[in-house]
Design a protein around this ligand. Structure first.
Ligand code: NG6
Ligand code: CA
Length: 516
């Protein structure tokens, strides 16, 4: 019947319902908070298994990373794909082993984009599920075609493979140039001072870490002696772009500020943020407020800065009341290294801190510590706090997160090495991780680790490997070795002669997987 105001009962009810809904907090109204949580992947740089207190560090405390572990699942067999940066990041985004594609080792300053435009990627899959996507931080996967067009449009790049927004350090901060790439452009570039980047000295009198070594405030130990910026020698040469250059000390603040702003802008839609920290990669030059705050020197101070970044991001989620529908994955891009080319006292101030935790090796090799790194998943209310020994890897995020949000992989080639281990990542009872995992180093000489259950096979294409004891010394190696991680997590006793049949099967399986 008609109400006194001329409205139907149904009309009145709808208005009442709308008024009631408007009183609820925004998070309750968000589309599909159960099946489409916001997703933040926080990737640390060169962070070892034992570098954070929730994984056993005593010399340093990381309260914000520990909080993620206490409120989520801490994986003891969580891996990245490679023991260097570029191949791990390539695999994270494409769900494909980097050794399948030539040229995916550590990218030089003028590297073109390594992931072709239109490739099916973790961000493109989430984008097709309606997510707003951004990458903020270190890129190191190349930009542009042929080589980056530093003074023009830097494309293709992240925006052509599924990110709606990017704010990037183009490679690593020990490589030139120290500028931000904001979407397709170098930020604050003055056209009267064009940016030039190259691998040869531009002029005879160009100041370098060799010619002007006495002026450096952080001396180099190997490499890192080409152009100087901010008193630090770098890999590669550059001139111009002075207005665009940033100070190393401000990187983390800028990325945190921009990330929080971007989250605020996107809080009402599901979003995917890849927060790609530069800590604790060299040059380790955290903000002044972190310098000297740990006993471990600049390496430890950079871990403190990383932990602060994590706290700022989680605080923002709390403040915006979206923590409960935000899934966070915390991980690293490769294992630890001490002296990675600068005299920053990482070795001298180590004390009894064990960056690799209970494992052997680190960055650049296929021993466990090269790729077995902190990996934590937090999703309050959905993931019960636990410790899991299931094998999961950053390469699995593409298939797992797209499955979680209900987007099927479009074909067999897409993300072909990525396993849907979403149930294991969320800690569902009885859920299992990967049955096997290939671990690669930088991929140039074909060194592989292959884990199946608790067996670990090493296969070397090179005669030497380094950083086995966290020092950059060469160690001679047998082409094939077999370890039992159950009894020998340190990979000290090669048992290949005791278990010839297991070794034979694993060699064959590895070979098949590599050739696939
Ligand atoms: C090496 C650099 C090292 C680091 C690494 C890449 C020298 C001597 N060493 O070539 O300092 O930059 O490349 O690290 O130049 S990664 O984490 O980005 O893979
Ligand atoms: Ca790295």
């Amino acid at each position: 019947y008609a109400s006194p105001l001329g409205m139907t009962t149904l009309g009145v009810s709808i208005i009442a319902l709308l008024m009631l809904l408007s009183l609820l907090p925004a998070s309750t109204l968000q589309a599909g908070s159960n099946d489409r949580p916001n997703i933040i992947v926080i990737m640390a740089d060169d962070l070892g298994y034992g570098d954070v207190s929730c994984y056993g560090a005593k010399a340093i405390t990381t309260p914000n990373i520990d909080r993620l572990a206490n409120e989520g699942i801490r994986f003891t067999s969580g891996y990245c794909s490679a023991s260097t940066c570029t191949p791990t990041r390539y695999s994270l985004l494409t769900g494909t082993y980097a050794f399948r594609k030539q040229g995916t080792g550590i990218a030089p300053p003028n590297s073109p984009t390594l992931i072709p435009a239109g490739t099916v990627t973790l961000p493109s899959l989430l984008q097709s599920a309606g997510y707003n996507t951004a990458v903020i931080g270190k890129w190191h996967l190349g930009l542009g075609e042929g080589q980056p067009n530093w003074n023009g449009d830097l494309k293709p790049g992240p925006l052509e493979i599924g990110f709606d927004h990017c704010l990037l350090l183009p490679t690593t901060n020990d490589r030139v140039p120290q500028v931000y790439v904001n979407d397709h452009r170098v930020e604050n570039l003055d056209s009267s001072d064009p940016l030039w980047v190259g691998n040869k000295k531009p002029t005879e009198d160009h100041p370098t870490g060799v010619s002007h070594r006495s002026t450096l405030r952080l001396d180099w130990s190997h490499g890192h002696n080409h152009s100087i910026h901010n008193g630090i020698g770098r890999i590669g040469y550059y001139t111009g772009g002075h207005a665009a250059r940033f100070r190393d000390e401000e990187l983390a603040d800028r990325w945190v500020n921009d990330s929080v702003k971007w989250i605020e802008q996107n809080r009402d839609e599901p979003f995917f943020l890849f927060f790609s920290s530069h800590d604790l990669h060299v040059p380790r030059m955290p903000h002044e407020r972190f310098q000297g705050t740990t006993s471990l020197g600049l390496r430890g101070d950079s871990i403190a800065q990383l932990d602060w970044c994590v706290g700022e991001l989680t605080d923002a989620l709390d403040r915006l009341q979206i923590a409960d529908n935000t899934l966070i994955v915390f991980c690293s891009d490769n294992g630890p290294v001490l002296d990675d080319g600068y005299k920053d006292e990482a070795v001298e101030k180590l004390g009894d801190h064990k960056p690799a935790g209970p494992f052997r090796g680190g960055k650049y090799n296929v021993y466990e510590a090269g790729t077995r790194t902190p990996l934590i998943v937090r999703w309050p209310g959905k993931v019960q706090p636990a410790v899991s020994d299931q094998i999961v890897c950053t390469i699995d995020l593409a298939a797992s997160l797209s499955s979680l949000v209900g987007v099927p992989l479009p074909n067999d080639e897409a993300c072909r090495d990525s396993f849907d281990v979403s149930d294991a990542l969320l800690g569902k009872p009885g859920a299992v991780g990967r049955p096997h995992l290939i671990q690669q180093d930088n991929g140039v000489k074909g060194n592989f680790g292959f884990r199946v259950g608790n067996w670990k096979l090493h296969r070397y294409g090179a005669k030497n490997t380094y950083n086995v004891e966290l020092h950059m010394k060469n160690s001679a190696i047998e082409p094939f070795q077999l370890f039992d991680l159950q009894t020998d997590p340190m990979e000290t006793k090669n048992v290949i002669d005791e278990h010839p049949e297991i070794a034979r099967q694993m060699k064959e399986e590895l070979d098949t997987l590599i050739k696939q």
